[in-house]
Design a protein around this ligand. Structure first.
Ligand SMILES: Nc1ncnc2c1ncn2[C@@H]1O[C@H](COP(=O)(O)OP(=O)(O)OP(=O)(O)O)[C@@H](O)[C@H]1O
Ligand SMILES: [Mg+2]
Length: 457
């Protein structure tokens, strides 16, 4: 009888089975069966009414649709976490009753960040609760000691049983609550192990119910997979209001916090942190430091690239030198060779910068590989700057854009994210298809007005 409390549903075709199968008996897909709580008998079909037990039309009373203008809104002020960068990425602080998912690789500082945020909230007189399924209360205390007196004020519960956690949330009524992590909590209603798709979905759904009812702002900490995406079902990302990603910069020591989804604010903002002995320190002068790292010599340009959905600033360097071999060398690392050939051809034909018989070397600094057309303009400007022996002026600039065969700059995806990233790192001048319609105009804007043909060889 206890076994019938759960049911296995195929996430591809919706077929249900009382037993788990590696392959769905309905559609034949592998590994799609997920454990769920079975709808209570006579409960009207459970989630989504899949069982079809809803009865004839008209059994449920009709709801009343209201024009949006007449909908009453209670504007509750946001909770300020005391960490400026976190508040900014959230769009101005935590929204009461909302669910925020914070993902990040192991050891990046998720627990540190959430513990610090709760510490500041507790110091500001807010009710807080820190639930940890990963560490013992003693371990959490040791970390909190390093984070200062505020962090020690936070009430902590080391628990993995979902029902116990929900009961504590109801009893304590926190205004802000951290669940560290969603993968470690376990619902007794399901037989599957913690962290499995069914469990994570169940845990998040039930916490969301309590949070919405009590107005608690909940920060769910989530693990990421080896590929760097959030572990657990995609549905988790739909269920929460905001998805934050905390990650390390591959080629620098900074840790960045950005929103992948935010129902209450923009997803263009980036928070930059550094791990220090007393916790995560906000890096407010990241811009100055980054611009300091990029060389200001001729042949160096900063590219505002996109890596999947995340913007990334990388330096592209070029060297143009007289060749001793025929044909001259065209060497590039981190870029496609054919793309370089195309850029050089357009540069010579439409922008008056011919490299003729010179060797051309192009390198994307930091071992990054760029596979997007938005890099064209950076390659072109780096080569033009190297060929002319002139640095981009007056200050280092960031650029992005695809080059067309007729010499025009073509727009690429996410221009506003790229520009925001450049601005965040202190590069106020951004050359893009919006500011320079052609490659000739871009070269002129970046290198000054000397629009004369140049031959480096
Ligand atoms: N005394 C210290 N000084 C500087 N940095 C420290 C110190 N102690 C710990 N750290 C840093 O804090 C990191 C651990 O932070 P934290 O526990 O918040 O990470 P996490 O993302 O929650 O990890 P997990 O995935 O294991 O839960 C360590 O990787 C280390 O870099
Ligand atoms: Mg942790």
């Amino acid at each position: 009888m206890a076994r019938s409390a759960t049911i296995f549903t195929c996430s591809a075709c919706g077929a249900q089975s009382p037993k788990w199968h590696g392959r769905c008996p309905g559609c034949g897909e592998w590994n799609t069966l997920v454990e769920e709580r079975a709808p209570a008998p006579g409960a009207g079909g459970g989630r989504g009414g899949r069982s079809g037990a809803l009865g004839p039309a008209g059994a449920a009373p009709a709801g009343k649709a209201v024009p949006l203008r007449d909908v009453r809104v209670e504007r509750t002020p946001r909770l300020h976490t005391g960490i400026g960068e976190l508040d900014r990425v959230l769009g101005g602080g935590l929204v009461p009753g909302s669910l925020v998912l914070l993902g990040g690789s192991p050891g990046i500082g998720k627990s540190t960040l959430t513990n610090m945020a709760l510490g500041h909230l507790a110091a500001a007189g807010r009710r807080t609760l820190y639930v940890s399924g990963e560490e013992s209360a003693a371990q959490i205390r040791l970390r909190a000691e390093r984070l200062g007196a505020h962090a020690l004020e936070v009430p902590v519960l080391a628990e993995t049983d979902l029902d116990a956690v929900l009961a504590t949330m109801r009893a304590e009524g926190p205004e802000a609550c951290v669940i560290d992590s969603v993968q470690t909590l376990h619902s007794a209603a399901l037989d599957s192990a913690p962290g499995t798709v069914g469990q994570v979905r169940e845990v998040a759904t039930r916490i969301a119910e309590v949070a919405k009812r009590s107005g608690t702002a909940v920060l769910l900490v989530g693990h990421v997979t080896k590929e760097g995406s959030l572990a657990g079902p995609r549905v988790l990302e739909h269920l929460v209001d905001c998805v934050l990603q905390f990650e390390g910069e591959r080629e620098r020591t900074y840790r960045t916090l950005r929103a992948l989804k935010n129902r209450f604010g923009s997803t263009n903002d980036v928070g930059v942190f550094e791990m220090a002995a007393n916790g995560l320190a906000e890096v407010l002068d990241a811009s100055a430091r980054f611009v300091g790292e990029a060389t200001k010599a001729p042949g160096s340009v900063v590219l505002a690239a996109m890596e999947g959905s995340r913007p990334l600033l990388v330096e592209v360097q070029a060297l143009v030198s007289p060749s001793e071999v025929v044909p001259p060398r065209r060497v590039c690392t981190g870029l496609d060779r054919n793309r370089l050939a195309l850029v050089l051809a357009v540069l010579g034909r439409h922008a008056g910068v011919g490299v003729g018989a010179a060797d051309v070397f192009v390198n994307v600094v930091g071992g990054v590989r760029i596979d997007e057309p938005g890099a064209d303009v950076a390659v072109a400007l780096a080569v033009a700057s190297a060929a002319r022996g002139v640095a981009t002026s007056p200050a280092p600039l960031a650029c992005f854009g695809e080059i067309g065969l007729t010499g025009e700059l073509r727009s690429v995806a996410h221009p506003e994210r790229r520009s925001a990233e450049a601005e965040k790192f202190g590069l106020r001048q951004v050359l893009s298809p919006a500011t320079a319609p052609t490659l000739r105009a871009a070269v002129r804007a970046a290198l000054g007005d000397r629009d004369r043909p140049v031959r480096a060889a």
